[in-house]
Design a protein around this ligand. Structure first.
Ligand code: GDP
Ligand code: MG
Length: 767
């Protein structure tokens, strides 16, 4: 099968093109550096299927970043049948800089002039025929986003792939002409492939080349002696870069006709950046934006309208029956949107999904199972084990999607890239570069791709530190733990707002991550922080298609997980909690005689300092089971709560049906657990903190193992997670239980930081 590689600058639309060509749903982001690894897909609309490879975005073929090395190695060693060089037409000059390097390789190249829709909208024009003539390469106008020009692009690429092509260079015109061609001839004489490309790189003094062609070096030094430039002296790298830019400005740029010639207009992006990336206000604005996201997703008092206008509850309005149910179907709908306050969009979606769709459906199934005459353990397994467990997990779908959608909007609009830029200065103090921000933010979705994305970090130790703290950025699967517990705290103790608690817990994760990084980077993982250079992409309205692709991907993944790994786990947990050691089927009230109770009561005391151990009494082990089940998949925590909550409701004599438990997103289940164990708010918050910072799910652990360099790094990482979660949860618990402990913890923290800083200073002096 023929292979076509997509190469281009970061953010020029490679992944969008890749998705349009192959019909896949790879992550597109308005963010340089999203694609770290190369990715493959198949294009089927030509006579024969073509394999398409999405290479990471690069500005040049020098060896300074991992992306550059991956892309360059791929083109040189794997010899694709054609390189499709994507050029962002709205940034022509800068993008062609890479093109002038790619064209030096002996490989067929076609230029895909992307973002033509945006260019034309701005009123600018490009004469692509002229450009084609001047470059000596086929040039095709496309819009990856609007899927325009793709078939022509592919057929011209196919045509080009049938012919052999020798590298050409724009440097032939410069003063370096003779030097380069002498080296090229020498290399060709030695039978080196791609002699032109290697010759240029050798003249530049490129590290990788110099290492690979040691024997040629003396000869080049000899050649170089005969050469000295007035401006650059013997800095050949600068000299060559200058040669390329001059050529581009003189020969290629004139094909672009700008509408607003000469006149400098401050773009809207620049204006927005004056506010959003403000030196002082940038970070507070970001925190407000983050809060807005949580408010939109979780608030039961949207825009605080209920409090401001003192709106009546449904009960006060006489719309509920004596049992507290809606008086009719219309009111049931209303109750999804309003009860004394307007709900936020996320809560409304969640209510509709749970009350009107999942709840009804599960009610029907559970009723049918109950009246089917199956034996009591089978009814229990299906209704209580499977439906309650999976149902509780499914009930979070709207929330996860809403939160994910809002984050995607921030990313796609270009705002996230600004945050990395603002945070770079602060990150540096902790020993990270702004580059580490992207993987961390991806961690809010899922730790697995986030850990893979750390490959963009050039420094090995910075990378290890980042991988370790990624799980503290609470992922989608941990969200249910947060919302169920926060919901129960609000409902049971009448304390605070669910959105505030959730926001606070996310912030706690971030703070823990920062402290942990600070500690690691000044002790075991000391090292330099590489400079962070990033070009800020222009703001643009988020693309509906991209957003939907992201969401669809997320939902698919979610369902798949629910019906495989989580289904299997809930069955195992149900069996272990409903049978005794001598294999007797237990009634709900008897769970303390179960196999699970027997085992987990043994480890229960370990968690006493964290607030969910021995002090919770004989039923307290249920929290332990949740945390351990979470090591397989974090959704399991809530699935376990649902299954066990139903039993505890029976123990505590509460009137909660299994159905309520499944449909109320775990809130009822946690309330039953609170009732049966007497756990308080500090213990519950500590429980969230523990789950957020402890060893992540199985998939994330496996990824960390693959991405970390060496077995001992990995083992230390596991230990690090255990210790951090223990400390974080203990801190939350003690602070919550005895407010004066705040002083102790703060003093300890201040001491630790002072110690680190002083040590750091000493080391600097020594060095
Ligand atoms: P990559 O970094 O090169 O893989 O670039 P992406 O595919 O992630 O795209 C970067 C941004 O450019 C995204 O926000 C895309 O929606 C946007 N984009 C990609 N192609 C086009 C296009 O043809 N027209 C416009 N207007 N935007 C595009
Ligand atoms: Mg990409």
């Amino acid at each position: 099968m023929k292979k076509f590689a997509l190469a281009g600058n970061p953010n020029c639309g490679k992944t969008t093109l890749f998705n349009s060509l192959t019909g896949s749903t790879a992550h597109v982001g308005n963010w340089p550096g999203v694609t770290v690894d190369k990715r493959e897909g198949i294009y089927k609309k030509l006579a024969e299927p073509i394999s398409i490879i999405d290479l990471p975005g690069i500005y040049s073929l020098s060896p300074y970043t991992p992306e550059e090395v991956i892309a360059r190695k791929y083109i040189l060693d794997e010899k694709p049948d054609c390189v499709i060089n994507i050029v962002d037409a709205t940034n022509l000059e800068r993008n062609l800089y890479l093109s002038t390097q790619i064209m030096e390789i002996d490989v067929p190249v076609v230029i895909a002039l992307n973002m033509m829709d945006a260019l034309e909208k701005a009123g600018d024009r490009i004469d692509e025929k002229e450009l084609e003539k001047r470059l000596g390469l086929p040039v095709i106008k496309i819009s990856a986003l609007k899927e325009q020009g793709l078939e022509e692009l592919m057929s011209r690429a196919f045509e080009a792939s049938g012919k052999e092509r020798k590298g050409q260079t724009v440097l032939e015109d410069s003063a370096l002409k003779h030097l380069i061609s002498d080296v090229r001839i020498a290399l060709a004489g030695q039978g080196v492939e791609n002699p032109l490309f290697h010759a240029v790189k050798l003249v530049e003094g490129d590290e990788l080349e110099v290492a690979a062609h040691k024997e040629t070096l003396p000869m080049i030094e000899e050649f170089k002696k005969t050469f000295e430039d007035d401006v650059f002296g013997t800095d050949f790298e600068a000299l060559i870069a200058d040669g390329r830019y001059k050529y581009i400005a003189g020969h290629f740029s004139p094909v672009l006709k700008k509408k607003n010639k000469e006149k400098f207009v401050e773009s809207r992006s620049d204006k927005a950046d004056k506010v959003l990336t403000h030196r002082i206000w940038g970070i507070p604005i970001f925190l407000v934006v983050l809060f807005a996201i949580f408010h939109l997703t979780f608030s039961e008092n949207f825009l605080y309208l209920g409090s401001i206008f003192g709106l009546p509850s449904l009960e006060e309005a006489g719309l509920l029956t004596a049992e507290g149910d809606p008086i009719n179907y219309g009111v049931k709908w209303l109750s999804c949107i309003y009860d004394g306050a307007v709900y936020s969009p996320g809560v409304i979606l969640n209510n509709i999904w749970n009350e009107m769709i999942v709840g009804e459906l599960f009610g029907l199934i559970q009723g049918a199972v109950e009246s089917s005459g199956m034996s009591s353990w089978a009814v229990g397994l299906i209704n209580n084990g499977i439906i309650d467990g999976i149902g509780a997990v499914l009930s979070f779908l709207p929330w996860i999607l809403t939160l994910f959608l809002l984050f995607s909007i921030l990313e796609d609009s270009g705002y996230m890239a600004r945050i990395a830029f603002i945070l770079d200065k602060m990150f540096r103090k902790f020993g990270l570069s702004g580059r580490a921000f992207m993987p961390m933010i991806m961690g809010f979705g899922c730790s697995v791709p986030a850990m893979v994305n750390t490959r963009t970090l050039a420094d090995e130790k910075e990378r290890t530190a980042t991988i370790r703290v990624i799980p503290f950025f609470s992922c989608g699967a941990k969200l249910p733990i947060l919302t169920a517990v926060a919901g129960a705290i609000v409902a049971y103790f009448g304390l605070g707002n669910a959105d505030l608690i959730t926001y606070g817990m996310y912030l706690l994760g971030i703070v823990t991550a920062i402290l942990a990084v600070l500690l690691m980077r000044s002790t075991t993982l000391k090292g330099e922080t590489p400079p962070f250079i990033m070009e800020l992409p222009a703001y643009h309205a988020p693309q509906f298609k991209n957003l939907m692709l992201h969401l669809w991907d997320k939902a698919k993944h979610f369902f798949k997980k629910a019906f495989t790994i989580i289904l299997a786990s809930t069955i195992v947990i149900w069996v272990l909690t409903h049978f005794s050691f001598n294999w007797r089927f237990l009634a709900d009230e008897e769970i303390n005689e179960s196999i699970m109770a027997g085992i987990s009561q043994l480890v229960q005391p370990i968690f006493t300092p964290l607030g969910f151990g021995s002090q919770l009494g004989e039923y307290g082990w249920v929290f332990v089971v949740g945390a351990i089940a979470g090591l397989i998949a974090k959704e399991n925590v809530i699935a376990t709560f649902s299954t066990l909550g139903a039993c505890l409701a029976a123990v505590a004599g509460l009137d909660i049906s299994g159905l309520d438990i499944a449909a109320e997103s775990g809130v009822d289940a946690v309330q039953a657990m609170i009732e049966a164990t007497g756990i308080g708010v500090p213990g519950l918050l500590a429980y969230i903190a523990f789950n957020m910072t402890t060893i992540p799910c199985f998939a994330a652990v496996a990824t960390a193992k693959a991405e970390l360099n060496g077995k001992s790094r990995f083992n230390w990482t596991l230990l690090f997670w255990l210790v951090t979660s223990y400390i974080a949860a203990a801190a939350v618990y003690t602070v919550g239980s005895w407010p004066w402990c705040v002083v102790l913890w703060l003093a300890a923290l201040a001491g630790a930081i002072a110690f680190i800083v002083i040590r750091g200073r000493k080391n600097v002096k020594r060095a």
